[in-house]
Design a protein around this ligand. Sequence first.
Ligand SMILES: [Zn+2]
Length: 219
Amino acid sequence: MTTAIFDYLEMMVVFSPCAHQGCDRYALGRTQFCLRHQPDFNTAIPEVLQHLQSQQNLVGWNFSELTFSDLVFSEKYVASCLFSHGVFPSIGFRKCRFENCFFDFSLFSDCSWHECVLHNCTFAGSEFSSSRFEESTLFQVSFNGITARNINFSSSDLFRSLFIGSSLHGALFEDCNLKRVNFCRSERQNVQFKWSNEMEAIFSEDQSSRQRIYPLERF
Ligand SMILES: [Zn+2]
């Protein structure tokens, strides 16, 4: 891995490699090094987090492996950013828009997304506890392989989102759009689909292949 290029329509994002010889990770924020090779860790990390907090528009930054304590995500536009392997304790996201962002293999505890829009983002392999997405639009968001305990998606549109192979223990999908949401091979305990169209979701491989042959339109 040297440089990753994400080309979305007119937007091209290039992540710089870490300047440490032989390291194949991406440089963190505006620094030259990844998290583990920061020469002045105690100065660099607060500066990276301050940059994240102060900007309303963030495109093409790597914030992987960070712990996001005491941060407020309010009315931010965030595109093509990496938050992989992050730790999110009691973080609130309010009226934010995330596009093509990676939150994979992260830990979320007591987090909330309220009136947020997420397009083509991934939380694959992450762990959630006591967290909620409310009144949000989650379009083609991957929750594949997540482990979630006490998670709430009330009043959200999850069109074409994925929960393949996930473990859901105590999940509430109340008044949600679940059209073409894929729950194949998921483990579900105490999962409620109150006032939602779960009959239009996909729960088996057979159902999935039928929908590929006869794709449903959204409207
Ligand atoms: Zn490095």
